[in-house]
Design a protein around this ligand. Structure first.
Ligand code: ATP
Length: 370
């Protein structure tokens, strides 16, 4: 597999005059051998972006480069990309081997070499034994693996995957996730992967581009976008999230090697707590993010720690976790706990909420002096 770097510069698509752009001056670099997930809600422009990279759609403006070479105007069959769609799109009148060999035939690869490469590609997806099978006699997961083998066999400059797992049932989706990731890592195919499923993106990607309304809201590693979301939208889209609007108080020292600071924060009317955030936030009114599994809940007040006092509104027990919704003033906060043999809280109980300062992250967006 040849490794390639993809650069997207100011890429824009307007479907019609008067409509907002479906993709709006999008910039992104995909490093060689990386898998990048385009993640976002329906209609945010993921597929439009992928189709422009594939050459299936002309951009309104901007450019696409592979290894520094501009390919924006190149026709689809010259781009040498491999694509896998949600719907597999296998050729129904061909058997498995013929499907996988198709791209090699188009490129007039000699017959003997075709045979070797098809066998290798089928082995890679662990379906070497099904070469002569008709494609309609395969399960959904097998069809998707054949589609992957067909895309990889031509050693594409880029592998483009458009929601490849969304037609599979939950269990198969999990297996295929691991499989696609391991094949991608072995072949080191630079890959763009469209998904609206945040778990899939977190699990599979080296980098995630979180998209909203045709724009990238954040581009970063899975840990970055989960732990250090730049906006309310990213924090909410990428996982369960509690937000409290707070006033940032005194900077009380360095929090991490990355330059973050520890702050005192004031939850209006409810007391002083600790949180971390970017430098220079003192005096701002900002949202603080606390993930439910990092919000401790107790039915007894602590004698030492500062806590928020609230009332349990809902209890949801799923075996290994227990989520309780606690009303604190006007806010409802979710606390997720690993269940123990202790007694479960009930609706109406008083609960005391607390957190470690390093698990409360002040979002930098809309920082303004109050
Ligand atoms: P989904 O997850 O639902 O597939 P997506 O993030 O891939 O969504 P796109 O399909 O790229 O989103 O669509 C982005 C925007 O462009 C949407 O508002 C959509 O309605 C619009 N759009 C897509 N295709 C066309 C078209 N052919 N003509 C006009 N508008 C379009």
């Amino acid at each position: 597999m040849t490794e390639s770097k993809l650069s997207i510069v100011d890429l824009t698509k307007k479907y019609a005059a008067g409509l907002a752009p479906a993709v709006d001056r999008l910039n992104m670099e995909v490093e060689e051998g990386h898998l990048v997930a385009l993640l976002g809600p329906s209609g945010c422009g993921k597929t439009t972006t992928l189709r422009m990279v594939a050459g299936l759609m002309d951009p309104t403006a901007g450019s696409i480069m592979v290894d520094g070479r501009e390919i924006t105007q190149e026709p689809v069959n010259k781009r040498g990309m491999g694509m896998v769609f949600q719907s597999y799109a296998l050729f129904p009148h061909m058997n498995v081997e013929q499907n996988v060999a198709f791209g090699l035939q188009m490129r007039q690869v000699p017959k003997a070499e075709q045979k070797v490469r098809v066998a290798e590609a089928l082995d890679m997806v662990q379906l070497g034994h099904l070469g002569k099978r008709a494609t309609k006699a395969l399960s959904g997961g097998q069809q998707q693996r054949i589609a992957l083998a067909r895309a990889l066999v031509v050693e594409p400059t880029l592998l483009l995957l458009d929601e490849p797992l969304s037609n599979l049932d939950a269990k198969l989706r999990d297996t295929m996730r691991t499989e696609i990731r391991s094949i991608q890592q072995r072949t080191r195919a630079t890959t763009l992967f469209v998904t609206h499923d945040q778990d899939e993106a977190l699990d599979m990607a080296d980098r995630i581009a979180v998209m909203n309304g045709g724009l990238i809201e954040q581009f970063g590693s899975p840990v970055d976008v989960y732990e250090r979301p730049r906006t309310h939208f990213v924090a909410n889209f990428i996982g369960q999230a509690n937000f409290l609007t707070i006033t940032v108080g005194e900077d009380v020292g360095q929090a991490s090697a990355a330059g973050e600071r520890n702050y005192k924060i004031e939850v209006p009317g409810l007391g002083q707590f600790g949180a971390v955030g970017a430098p220079g936030l003192t005096g701002n009114s900002l949202p603080v993010l606390i993930r439910p599994h990092r919000l401790r809940a107790s039915l007894q007040p602590s004698t030492s720690a500062q806590e928020l006092k609230g009332t349990v509104e809902q209890v949801s027990y799923t075996g290994d976790t227990l989520t309780i919704a606690v009303r604190v003033g006007d806010e409802i906060l979710q606390s997720q706990l690993h269940t123990t043999s202790g007694s479960l809280p009930h609706t109406g109980d008083t609960a005391y909420l607390s957190w470690d300062p390093e698990h409360a992250y002040i979002l930098p967006e809309h920082a303004k002096a109050v």
